[in-house]
Design a protein around this ligand. Structure first.
Ligand code: FEO
Length: 164
């Protein structure tokens, strides 16, 4: 059985993960509007992954005798200047999520909840990857600058992302 504190904090994280999905879907929509189908697909796969993250918390709460309480999801930003601004925001967002996950691990430690701590380890590892991938694309976009052919090539490459 999870404590009330863990239950509340994990419920908040479900909301954060679903907001992440919403944010990336919003970025995907803007990429579609910009006719950059590869970027749009990358963001859609990312959005799906975020929903899966939310579902991991969802399932875990029930496995531990807790209860899921869903709350309203905040509306995401809907317009960005360009691809670089979107990926910079995605990177910043992942850094924020990493902070939240680490906060949950601190709480699990305080509550002496070893099962939750173990559960959170997957997310701690995942956040290393999440930040790395977003930052790599930021750096590539910075190198590309406004060279439209290179942007086209990156778009093709991102379009090859497989769903996990
Ligand atoms: Fe669910 Fe992108 O972290």
């Amino acid at each position: 059985m999870v404590s009330k504190k863990i239950e509340d904090a994990f419920n908040k994280q479900i909301n954060e993960e679903l907001f992440s999905a919403y944010l990336y879907l919003s970025m995907s929509a803007q990429f579609e509007a910009m006719n950059l189908g590869g970027f749009a697909r990358w963001m859609q796969v990312q959005a799906r992954e975020e929903t899966e993250h939310a579902m991991k918390f969802f399932k875990y709460l029930y496995d531990r005798g807790g209860q899921v309480k869903l709350a309203a999801i905040e509306g995401p930003q809907t317009e960005w200047k360009d691809a670089l601004e979107m990926f910079e925001d995605a990177y910043k967002h992942e850094q924020k999520i990493t902070g939240l996950i680490h906060g949950l691990a601190d709480l699990a430690e305080k509550e002496k909840d070893r099962a939750s701590l173990l559960f959170l380890q997957w997310f701690i590892d995942e956040q290393v990857e999440e930040e790395k991938h977003a930052d790599e694309i930021v750096q590539t976009l910075k190198q590309i600058g406004k060279a439209s052919h290179a942007l086209y090539m990156l778009d093709k490459h991102l379009g090859e992302r497989k769903a996990d």
